[in-house]
Design a protein around this ligand. Structure first.
Ligand code: OSB
Ligand code: MG
Length: 366
């Protein structure tokens, strides 16, 4: 098939509340929706979801818009592809820019699924019919955090992730353990620490955490390896893993025992499959992270998380828990911490294009 044209919408749905992590507070969460049309008249939807500022990874929404238009579209439009491997090879000369690539790449998965009459989960080789989900609780006051934990537990969430930073870590974990007991609990530092903080990690190591996510710098797999050798608690890498090559190096150096896979961070679903397969061969468990994306990216996250080795709950609360609205007619629903994996052909959710246009702040016609 051949994508002959694409429309790229930068949308801005208001957040219900700001989200704070060690990298800062986000008060808006613009994201990019890609609509790709083939010469046969099929329409595929995708999403590119970096943050607005280069605080999680270097990519931003503004630069992803330029990348989609100036660097990716010329290599993709009008070019025939038969498989997702073919599609990825069209732009293999472009370095990095993983989120932008994911915008087109996810649209290509949807197109291939439509052409072959299968769901995205089937196309990627997913085996799970439903996936377990957990919630990510941002930095805030103790009462705000306790409220979110209580609400999450009452709704049946499968695990709680607390965001931590150097002035907000041990005491918080201690209070949560004291109040909520032996709940499935983990922390995410978003790269806020260095090896000089080893004493803190040794103390955290006594709190039976499921894992410590991304404690150290995103470009430092060696220090993570040093830290992991000193801890019982598994280290989970997020920002450090942009590709299957990064995963190979991290596994080789024993820098982590778990990997958080986000399609957007690694350039799309083909790379998630490669990382998933490599981790499975090496007994490294994985789970699907989130970027507080719209329901479109979340639909791809659900398909990704249906692969066998996603043995830990995904970061996946309902989109309406952080956005005031969404761009799917009916989004996915979480019941007792579980989401059904759609079996319908294509994405498995209906896109509400009027909503997309309503929230659009910038459009590119490519
Ligand atoms: O580090 O996992 C992260 C949100 C934005 C950027 C980075 C992260 C997060 C989250 C939220 O933790 C996960 C979600 O989408 O529910
Ligand atoms: Mg993280």
């Amino acid at each position: 098939m051949t994508i002959i044209s694409a429309t790229v919408y930068q949308i801005d749905i208001p957040l219900r509340q700001p989200f704070t992590t060690s990298f800062g507070t986000i008060t808006t969460r613009p994201t990019i929706i890609v609509k790709a049309e083939t010469s046969d008249g099929l329409i595929g939807w995708g999403e590119a979801a970096p943050l607005a500022f280069p605080i999680y990874k270097p990519e931003t929404v503004a630069f992803a818009m330029i990348t989609l238009q100036d660097y990716l579209a010329p290599l993709i439009l009008g070019k025939e592809f038969q498989s997702i491997e073919d599609f990825n090879s069209l732009y293999q000369s472009i370095k990095g820019n993983y989120f932008a690539k994911t915008g087109f790449e996810t649209a290509a998965w949807m197109l291939l699924a439509l052409e072959r009459n299968v769901s995205i989960s089937q196309l990627i080789g997913g085996t799970k019919k439903q996936i377990e989900t957990g919630i990510s609780v941002g930095i805030g006051s103790v009462s705000e955090i306790f409220d979110k934990i209580e609400t999450g537990l009452a709704a049946g969430t499968k695990r709680i992730k607390l965001k931590i930073r150097p002035d907000w870590d041990l005491e918080l974990v201690k209070q949560v353990r004291t109040t909520f007991g032996d709940i499935p609990l983990m922390v995410d530092a978003n790269s806020a620490y260095t090896l000089a903080d080893i004493e803190l990690f040794k103390k955290l190591d006594t709190y039976r955490l499921l894992m410590i996510e991304q404690p150290l710098a995103d470009d430092d797999i060696i220090d993570h390896s040093v830290l992991q050798q000193k801890l019982e608690t598994p280290i989970c890498l997020d920002e450090s893993i942009s590709s299957v090559e990064d995963a190979r190096r991290a596994i080789y150096l024993k820098a982590c025992k778990i990997i958080n896979i986000k399609p957007g961070r690694v350039g799309g679903l083909l790379e998630t499959k490669k990382i998933h397969d490599l981790c499975q061969q090496n007994n490294v468990g994985v789970w699907c992270g989130g970027m507080m994306e719209s329901g479109i990216a979340r639909a791809f996250n659900i398909a990704t998380a249906s692969q066998t080795n996603y043995i830990y709950p995904a970061d996946m609360d309902e989109t309406l828990s952080y956005f005031t609205d969404d761009v799917l007619h009916t989004g996915y629903h979480i019941a007792n911490g579980l989401v059904e994996v759609p079996a319908e052909t294509g994405l498995g959710f209906m896109i509400d294009e009027e909503k997309i246009i309503h929230y659009t702040t910038q459009t590119l016609r490519l």
